[in-house]
Design a protein around this ligand. Structure first.
Ligand code: NAP
Ligand code: GCO
Length: 266
């Protein structure tokens, strides 16, 4: 068995939504390192321009596109451009996402809808757009970026937890509906990762002490630290490669052990 070939992405094209920075950028870098051609999208031209420079600095010839994952029209156009530029999507990483931290009774239905729109309906729209091409190719990999909140709740993140819980079940349903066509749809459930999205939870206090939530997460994580985007690189290559062809509908938690641990005694 050629193990290098099993984990190789040579000849494959990957679309990483929201791949301008953070977790998406790290996953795209990993897939490029395994041989994939990289496409990414985001909404902001400045984020796209900065990302292209960052990819180039790492020797990655990524293609960047402006597209909002909540717009079926923009996503259809995005997939058409990638087919013309790079020959169609073999690997889709549904990474684009937002969070709003608002106590539920203070959250507007509009705020709730916006989070679900981006974090759940966006992945549906993107998966629906790439599956026809995968059916023609006879193979496909879809990786949905879930969360601890696909399993757990906490104060102020009701919309996010509802969306990420739904994304876990969308993952299982895509598996159920298209597994027979050699399309594997799995999730990655990152723990608490140091990115712009979690920066507010790690800000130093006025007295220079660590944020209480920062200390809480470290005490809840057996690894005793926040994750880095780089911690997700290996799991992403595994789920994007032939090494995971019999893995389907699975959420791979990359959380330093949080979900296994009751937490350190105070
Ligand atoms: P981030 O730093 O906030 O990056 C989010 C990315 O998504 C940005 O590139 C953003 O670019 C893009 N984006 C947002 N809305 C979009 C839309 N409607 N259409 C297209 N692109 C959009 O987030 P992150 O921490 O890297 O997280 C990435 C994913 O991992 C998210 O799904 C998040 O829920 C999930 N996650 C994060 C953690 C963590 O601890 N950080 C843990 C578990 C799961 P533009 O604003 O320019 O569009
Ligand atoms: C929060 C955090 C988390 C992380 C991640 C954990 O406010 O609790 O932002 O939601 O982003 O989803 O897996």
């Amino acid at each position: 068995m050629d193990m290098q070939k099993m984990f190789s992405l040579e000849g494959k094209t990957a679309l990483v939504t929201g791949g301008a920075y953070g977790i998406g950028f790290a996953i795209a870098e990993a897939l490029a390192g395994a041989g994939a051609k990289i496409a990414f999208n985001c909404r902001s031209q400045s984020n796209l321009d900065n990302a292209l420079a960052d990819y180039s600095a790492k020797g990655i010839d990524a293609r960047g596109y402006i597209a909002d994952v909540t717009s079926e029209e923009q996503v259809t156009e995005l997939i058409g451009k990638i087919e013309a530029d790079l020959g169609g999507v073999d690997i889709l990483v549904n990474n684009a996402g937002i969070i709003k931290r608002i106590p539920m009774t203070e959250m507007s239905a509009e705020d709730f809808r916006q989070v679900v729109d981006i974090d759940l309906i966006g992945p549906f729209i993107c998966a629906k757009a790439v599956i026809p091409g995968m059916l023609k190719k006879g193979h496909g990999k879809i990786i949905n970026i879930c969360s601890m909140m696909s399993e757990l709740g906490r104060e102020t993140v009701s919309a996010y937890a509802a969306a990420k819980g739904g994304l876990k079940m969308l993952t299982r349903n895509i598996c159920s509906e298209y597994g027979e066509a050699n399309i594997q749809c799995n999730g990655i459930g990152p723990g608490y990762i140091a990115t712009p999205q979690t920066a507010p939870l790690r800000e130093r206090q006025a007295d220079g002490s660590r944020h209480p939530f920062d200390q809480f997460i470290v005490s809840k994580t057996p690894a005793g630290r926040w994750g880095d985007p780089e911690d997700l690189m290996g799991p992403a290559v595994f789920l994007a490669s032939d090494a995971s062809n019999f893995v389907n509908g699975h959420i791979l938690y990359v959380d330093g052990g949080i979900l296994a641990y009751i937490g350190k005694q105070p």
